[in-house]
Write a protein that binds this ligand. Structure first.
Ligand code: 5GP
Length: 199
């Protein structure tokens, strides 16, 4: 479904609890660009309501390791240091870009750093809720994780916040609607002006 325009790579990172998934889902529905989400692979268990092939490809440790060995990931890493792997599948990105789509990677800051190094010229956006206490409130409200897991995420979040200067754009997610509009507007600035000729 390409009209000849090249695809673009978009990296969206930010501490977990910043509302990235919600923003991305709404962008896909509301932003008038040919956006598509790259579905990552992970070895973590699905949360209630998550679906294989929609939210992630949920893999066993050995399946993930085999794919890693075959070089099927654009980047992959063990997030949170507890044995859960996450990875961006080459195939998801390559297919989207080939079709002229704007492929969104919703990945952590280290994955983003690896993608930035690869010369793929991504548009990078760092999304956060405005501060650590706001983040803690959101993580607790979500109620899907144990106290220990929340503490770990907060530690990681404090570290991730330090990656902010490496991103092209900072967006503070205070209210979902305006945040979706802001991210969409940022992305639209990267649209090539339509070419016109004079006879
Ligand atoms: P969650 O377990 O809450 O879905 O995601 C945990 C973290 O992993 C989030 O910060 C998310 O952005 C990141 N993540 C998801 N997919 C990938 C991926 O393919 N690569 C990397 N590096 N991080 C990912």
């Amino acid at each position: 479904m390409s009209d000849g325009e090249p695809g673009r790579l978009i990296v969206i990172s930010g501490p977990s609890g910043a509302g990235k998934s919600t923003i991305v889902r709404r962008l896909l529905r509301e932003c008038p660009l040919p956006l598509t989400l790259s579905i990552s692979a992970t070895t973590r268990a699905p949360r209630p309501g998550e679906l294989d092939g929609r939210d992630y490809y949920f893999l066993s440790d050995s399946e993930f390791a085999e794919m890693r060995q075959r070089g099927e990931f654009l980047e992959c890493k063990e997030v949170f240091g507890r044995g859960h792997w996450y990875g961006t599948l080459y195939d998801q990105v390559a297919t989207g870009l080939r079709e002229g789509r704007w492929v969104i990677l919703e990945i952590d800051v280290e994955g983003a750093a690896a993608v930035i190094e690869r010369d793929l010229h991504p548009i990078t956006i760092f999304l956060h809720p405005g501060g650590m206490s706001e983040l803690e409130t959101r993580l607790r409200k979500r109620g899907t994780e144990s106290e220990a897991a929340i503490e770990r995420r907060l530690e990681v979040a404090a570290r991730e916040m330090r990656a902010l200067p490496r991103y092209d754009h900072e967006v503070i997610n205070r209210n979902i609607g305006p945040t979706v509009a802001e991210v969409c507007e940022i992305l639209q600035r990267y649209k090539e002006p339509s070419s016109c000729s004079k006879n």
